[in-house]
Design a binder for this molecule. Structure first.
Ligand code: FEO
Ligand code: CA
Ligand code: CA
Ligand code: CA
Length: 584
């Protein structure tokens, strides 16, 4: 608690929750409510959800599947209206459709269940739970059919052309959108992550295999309905190159064309988070979520213009279209000091918008970013997920979720554990507080896991902590405390995934405290912490994902009793859901 203000969101940490608890668990004095569930009608005319006869047309007007990135953006001073913006990363066909559903219905429906949603929220007064407004003016679904504009230096490149788009400038849809970030100019960024799994490719070329594109992995068989998913053909050889970008959406204009930013590089983007540097340039930090992949930084060529004038807005919408990309190398200063820490360097991939990587054109650096980065030998990280700068202390927090493939010969001071099943959180400190400077220092803020495995390494805190494993998404509250959500605790430490608060400053730096746990089989996404408003939001992703239609492993959030019939708009199986936690 700082500046004498009362703590906005006081809570007694919950204990670790067994994976069999099929519910959202919150601290005493708090309650949870579902705001939006898979299938809830959003657009005008969309039908009520009926999982027994779901159609592509219905799904295109309804909330999508597997909500991941989430923001709740207040749009009125009174705090009674807001926009919910959310990603839909992937689909769990095994629990979405009754047995016998025709393959084409399944495929076309899940195309519409991917992408993003923008939904208006309302409430009577601050502190109340939000409800969504069906059919509201700004409500929008973005799916695998929504046209995206490609911008930046690789727009129009031969590497992006296909039979359906000989211009290389328009892509149909976005997919595998994982985490993201909301920009200071009010747009939402979203990372296209594991796009490779939906394509058949030859996989013989490094430009494919380095991205996990292979011959036998498109088990969803989308190419049976649309040839663009078959990259073994000359017509669609480049279709996979049109995914793996950071996309930008303006949630305040449902008619706007969302953009794919080639200047920010192509990899398995977890997300992107922007900070305005003191000199006005905007800096985005990004993780490539794969074992042994890298941490990236984008610095805009132009500077941010404050204000809400149409001119300022148009200018700011172009900030991520031109700039420079660099990749991180972290060097340890040795174990003798008993701390995992050292210095770091941003190694340029482009400078003044041009490639500085030997053997790579600018287009190649941006489209085959992983291959270009390999040349300059960055640090191979343990799956960098969310990477977010704190607006309170200017430091950057990197969630490295886990990497069980790292061997004892491959450890370094920044990724110190072989067979790392629990992950860690790195803290970067830009030299001089300048996010454009190419040097920084770093330390491991958290080494996660139970006490035995983590060695009680929690940012210097030596008191008790909540056990935490597999950090994935991060957020900050109004006091600058870090909130970490997890994805993987059930296998790593045999507990449900959850949400944890951890101070990064002061006497309690490193004191990890669990706020919430998610239902069986789910990972915790979002999160959004509006502590001054008494609210915490999470996106509960893939509850009960290993079950089947006939034998659900979760009944969240409708909890229709086994054997009884779901009433209209309900479902006996699990539904990915955005949840709001408020004080009672
Ligand atoms: Fe979709 Fe990296 O988690
Ligand atoms: Ca050290
Ligand atoms: Ca993630
Ligand atoms: Ca994850």
């Amino acid at each position: 608690v700082r500046r004498g203000r009362p703590e906005a969101l006081p809570f007694a940490p919950i204990g670790p929750v067994a994976t069999t608890v099929d519910d959202v668990t919150v601290p005493a004095g708090y309650r949870w409510d579902a705001i939006l569930r898979w299938g809830d009608p959003i657009l005008p005319g969309a039908p009520a959800f009926d999982a027994t006869r779901q159609t592509p047309e219905a799904q295109a007007g309804q909330f999508g599947y597997n909500n991941d990135y989430l923001d709740i953006i207040e749009t009125s001073r009174s705090g009674t209206s807001a926009l919910l913006v959310c990603n839909h990363e992937y689909t769990n066909e095994n629990i979405m459709f009754p047995p016998g559903t025709p393959a084409e219905t399944v495929i076309r429906t899940v195309w519409a269940a991917h992408g993003m949603s923008v939904v208006e929220l309302t409430r009577r007064k601050r502190g109340d739970a939000w409800t969504y407004v069906p059919g509201a003016r700004l409500n929008r679904r973005i799916t695998l059919d929504t046209p995206f504009a490609v911008d930046g230096p690789a727009a129009g490149s031969d590497l992006l052309k296909t039979a359906a788009d000989p211009t290389g400038r328009t892509v149909r849809g976005t997919m595998n959108n994982c985490s993201g970030g909301t920009t200071p100019w009010g747009t939402v960024l979203s990372g296209e992550e594991n796009f490779n799994q939906y394509f058949r490719a030859t996989g013989t070329d490094r430009t494919e295999s380095r991205y996990g594109l292979a011959a036998n992995q498109d088990s969803r068989n989308w190419r049976s309905i649309d040839p663009r998913w078959d990259a073994t053909t000359a017509d669609y050889r480049n279709e996979p190159n049109r995914f793996g970008w950071v996309v930008e959406v303006d949630p305040t204009d449902p008619t706007s064309t969302p953009v794919k930013h080639t200047a920010m590089g192509r990899f398995k983007h977890e997300g992107a988070n922007v900070i305005i540097n003191d000199d006005g340039h905007v800096v985005a930090y990004m993780g490539d979520d794969e074992r042994f992949d890298y941490l990236y930084r984008f610095v805009s060529r132009d500077t941010f213009r404050p204000g809400n004038s149409r001119k300022a807005r148009a200018h700011n919408l172009g900030l991520l279209s031109a700039g420079d990309l660099s990749v991180a190398r972290l060097t340890g200063d040795g174990a003798e000091d008993g701390v995992n820490d050292g210095t770091g360097q941003w190694i340029p991939l482009t400078r003044d918008g041009q490639s500085v990587v030997p053997g790579f054109s600018t287009e190649e650096v941006l489209v085959y970013t992983r291959l270009a980065a390999d040349v300059v030998q960055p640090t191979k990280m343990d799956r960098p997920e969310d990477v977010q700068p704190s607006l309170h202390n200017g430091r950057i927090y990197v969630a490295c979720t886990n990497n069980t493939a790292r061997t004892a010969l491959q450890v370094d001071e920044a990724n110190p554990r072989p067979a790392n099943k629990d992950g860690h959180v790195v803290e970067l400190v830009p030299d001089g507080g300048d996010h454009r400077r190419d040097t920084f220092t770093w330390n491991l803020f958290l080494i996660c896991g139970d006490e035995a495995s983590a060695g009680r390494y929690f940012g210097g805190w030596t008191g008790p902590v909540s056990p935490i494993s597999c950090p994935d998404n991060v957020a900050f509250d109004s006091e600058g405390n870090l909130w970490v959500s997890t994805d993987g605790q059930p296998s790593a430490i045999k507990k449900s995934d959850g949400l944890f608060k951890v101070p990064v400053e002061g006497a309690e730096r490193g004191h990890v405290q669990q706020f919430l746990a998610v239902p069986s089989g789910a990972e915790t996404c979002g999160p959004v912490v509006h502590d001054r408003d008494g609210s915490v939001f999470v996106a509960v992703q893939h509850p009960g994902e290993d079950g089947s239609w006939a034998a659900p492993q979760s009944r969240f959030p409708d909890f229709v009793p086994a054997g009884s019939t779901a009433s209209a708009g309900q479902f006996a199986g699990p539904r990915p859901t955005v949840v709001q936690v408020t004080r009672r």
